[in-house]
Design a protein around this ligand. Structure first.
Ligand code: GLU
Ligand code: MG
Length: 450
């Protein structure tokens, strides 16, 4: 047993923890869990716990169904909230730990998203690089999740609204305090542009820790809302006519203690490596969009006129661009980073960070040239202007995104055959279910007329 494992066993005993939840995610980023008692924990830490993987969508096939969940002891954490899942009825605390999934022969299980990210981070590490991510997670609070009528928000605030203790802001503040209690540093939290839309920005960490953190944050946001009788939603575009919920992610590569994106005196302070990374992201953006924006509804957010990207382009301080290079304080060159604005809050963060990194690394390996910066607000340009500047569209629908992904060597290699093929199959079925619907839009528009 390593020292981290011993720490977990000691804490469980000292704190009187009765259950430890083993957390992992399926291919679509849905959180999954099963609980074990402290009596099982030592064995779980040393050998892993077997479970029937075929019960989880996208995991094993029926004929080879058993897999092994091995806790990553470094992620052990007490769940700080009271109520379902956080504490037993008599007040005993509950803890959780993230797991890596293995086949019974001890090889990493190919359907495990955490493994997909680990493998891609390994490629960066082989080049001496560590990948850091800092997402801005946007979401809505609604009265309930009743889908039979339009969702009703809790407030009518807007950007950075400073409201007198309204319900939504109070829940958001409690959420931030709970995250801090769990050791998750929040850079800031604010009311977002749309009514009842909120945002929590996380301080950067390595991408594996951050993917776990995104899973935890979604869980905490939902749980604390639920305790107040409210529904928190990460749906990318729950309301037509107002902003959707994105997960813009700030990215950087470090070599040891040094930020490898920094070059003092260069345009925007960006190193050649950073420029190639952006070029890789732009070059492969269409191919990775199905992963960063994985739902039919994701493409209702990626439309012109809001602050979500529609075109493949980069710029500093232009919020219509796909990649933004934020201006950093002169005294803080080490915070040089780029912001990828396509992902939404309902992506699988493990897979999203993996394909984003793979695209950037491809730019570095192949030495891609960075195209010119977009100067105008891209939404003001005509299709002819865009064509003249060589600016292409991001996929406009899940269908387009899946076509681009299905042709991508880069995405196939990054995800591995198992996840790549399962994802395409599952998402094509979603698209086909969607296209066979007759929507309220069509009835409103056509029934009186046709
Ligand atoms: N909600 C916008 C989006 O869907 C982003 C707003 C912002 O710039 O923070 O990407
Ligand atoms: Mg925002």
């Amino acid at each position: 047993m390593d020292s981290q494992g011993e720490y977990v066993l000691r804490t469980v005993e000292e704190r009187g923890i009765r259950f430890v939840q083993l957390w992992f995610t399926d291919v679509l980023g849905t959180p999954k869990t099963f609980s074990i008692t402290p009596a099982e924990l030592e064995n779980a830490l040393e050998e892993g716990m077997t479970f029937d993987g075929s019960a989880i969508d996208g995991f094993s096939r029926v004929q080879e169904s058993d897999v092994l969940a091995r806790p990553d002891a470094t992620t052990f954490q007490l769940l700080p909230w009271h109520g379902t899942g956080g504490r037993e009825p008599d007040g005993a605390p509950v803890a959780r730990v993230f797991c890596d999934i293995f086949d019974l022969d001890g090889t990493p299980f190919q359907g495990c998203p955490r493994h997909v990210l680990r493998r891609t981070l390994g490629r960066a590490r082989d080049a001496g690089l560590t990948f850091f991510a800092a997402p801005e997670i946007e979401f809505f609070y609604f009265e309930d999740s009743d889908a039979s009528r339009p969702p009703r928000g809790l407030d009518s605030g807007s950007y950075f609204e400073l409201t007198a203790a309204d319900r939504a802001s109070t829940i958001r503040q409690q959420t931030v305090l709970t995250l801090e209690e769990m050791g998750i540093p929040v850079e800031h939290a604010q009311h977002e542009d749309a009514p009842s839309q909120h945002e929590i920005d996380l301080r950067y960490t390595d991408a594996l820790t951050m993917a776990d953190t995104v899973m935890t944050v979604r869980q905490v946001v939902k749980e604390l809302a639920r305790q107040q009788g409210v529904h928190a939603s990460f749906m990318p575009k729950p309301l037509a006519g107002v902003q959707g919920s994105g997960m813009h992610t700030h990215l950087s590569l470090f070599r040891g203690e040094e930020n490898a994106f920094v070059e003092p005196g260069a345009p925007h302070g960006l190193s050649e490596l950073a420029r190639q990374f952006i070029a890789g992201l732009l070059h492969h953006a269409g191919e990775i969009t199905a992963i960063t924006n994985q739902w039919v509804n994701s493409y209702k957010r990626l439309v012109a006129g809001y602050e979500a990207p529609v075109h493949v382009s980069w710029a500093h301080n232009n919020r219509s661009a796909l990649v933004r290079v934020p201006v950093v304080k002169a005294s803080k060159p080490e915070s040089t980073r780029i912001e990828y604005r396509a992902p939404d809050s309902a992506c699988n963060p493990y897979l999203a960070f993996a394909v984003i990194l793979a695209a950037g690394l491809e730019g570095i390996t192949k030495g891609y040239d960075l195209p010119g910066e977009a100067r105008a607000n891209l939404f003001d340009l005509t299709p002819e202007d865009l064509a003249a500047e060589g600016i292409v569209h991001l996929p406009a629908s899940l269908d387009e995104a899946l076509s681009a992904m299905s042709r991508s060597e880069l995405v196939a290699t990054t995800l591995g055959d198992h996840v790549f093929e399962w994802f395409l199959r599952n998402k094509r079925a979603e698209w086909s279910a969607y296209t066979s619907q007759v929507t309220p839009f069509e009835l409103d528009r056509y029934l009186p007329l046709l």
